[in-house]
Write a protein that binds this ligand. Structure first.
Ligand code: DAH
Length: 336
């Protein structure tokens, strides 16, 4: 009977070589695996074998059955894919395992986009610490202890004179302390505020600060730079408007609006029917700031600006709730 098993295996190996269509494969399945097939027939004869031989032959038969099933399946796949197998029988037509695709967070993407625009204009990128001395967050920026504009900022103290920075303007001071003009830099990073979280507020968000200092830097340089930035960021047709404003570290100061990207300036819900959207603060560096870092205000002038990255991303992509950025909902993040 062991001979029979061997013979069946041999005849199957011959048969399978010439079976080249679905019906001959089915024929082989019936011949070998069918209810009255060769394997079944041998199985039926097992009880007549010597007791000691039975387990061994039974196992051989089972292995042969599995082998035949496997070969028939493989050949059938091959025929239905219409291709030859690769050497070593790796079936290159099998679907691969698709790896999960990762991507950058929409805030990182927006930040990179902002950085790229300014780098293309010759700005360098600089960074400063998030845990900061009071001096850099306030005094050096012309915000003395009793100044009212400190209220909105006075935040998250770690020690008496050390806090989480409330804006990236701190890095302006750190750069100017280190190097002499000319300076042309942007400073991206996280900032912290004592704001209750809602659709437009978060206790942490990102800013990009800008600073350009040299002899003879004018307000028109600031306007030209920011006009170009808003066009690149929001589209060529975007208009920019400078509104007089106040910041202790700039004089004169301005708030900068872009024409509403939703209604193109006609007035809609997003721009509160004004046609304009505020995107950043800017101005000419206050001489008190130059004095704090030991620059001569008679020799140098400069401009500075600061923008919120979340706000820019919300406007650009039409996102109406800042919390979406931080909740880590993959369904939201996957869209960008
Ligand atoms: N630091 C300001 C803020 O956090 C933004 C700002 C306004 C930065 C005017 C500047 C500037 O450099 O010139 O609200």
């Amino acid at each position: 009977m062991e001979e029979d098993v061997k013979n069946i295996r041999q005849s199957f190996e011959e048969d399978i070589k010439t079976a080249n269509d679905a019906s001959s494969l089915e024929g082989l399945r019936v011949k070998y695996l069918g209810r009255k097939g060769l394997i079944s027939e041998l199985m039926g004869r097992l009880p007549s074998l010597d007791k000691e031989k039975r387990p061994h032959v039974g196992r051989e038969l089972n292995l042969l059955k599995k082998h035949i099933q496997g070969e028939l399946h493989e050949k059938q796949q091959l025929l239905s894919s219409g291709r030859e197998p690769e050497e070593g029988k790796i079936d290159i037509t099998m679907p691969g395992i698709l790896p999960e695709e990762g991507r950058l967070h929409v805030i990182t993407k927006t930040l990179n986009e902002i950085n790229d625009i300014f780098v293309s204009l010759g700005f360098q990128i600089a960074e400063g610490p998030e845990i900061e001395k009071e001096f850099y967050n306030f005094e050096a920026l012309n915000i003395p202890l009793e100044h009212p504009s400190r209220d909105a900022f006075d935040t998250f103290y770690i020690r008496d004179d050390i806090l989480l920075r409330s804006h990236t303007s701190t890095v302006q001071i750190r750069i100017m302390e280190k190097v002499k003009p000319p300076i042309q830099a942007i400073m991206p990073g996280k900032v912290y505020r004592p704001d209750a979280v809602d659709a437009s507020h978060s206790f942490m968000f990102h800013q990009v600060e800008g600073l350009m200092v040299d002899r003879d830097i004018k307000f028109s340089d600031l306007k030209g730079t920011l006009n170009l930035f808003t066009k690149r960021m929001f589209g060529e047709k975007t208009k920019t408007r400078f509104r007089p404003s106040f910041f202790p570290f700039t004089e004169p100061s301005a708030e900068v609006d872009i024409s509403c990207i939703i209604c193109k300036g006609k007035g809609c819900r997003v721009c509160s029917h004004t046609g304009w959207l505020e995107i950043l603060g800017a101005g000419m560096v206050n001489s008190a700031v130059f004095e704090a870092v030991g620059y001569s205000p008679r020799k140098y002038t400069g401009f500075a600006f600061g923008m919120g990255v979340e706000r820019i991303a919300m406007l650009k992509y039409g996102i109406d709730d800042i919390r979406l950025f931080f909740e880590n909902d993959i369904r939201f993040l996957k869209q960008f």
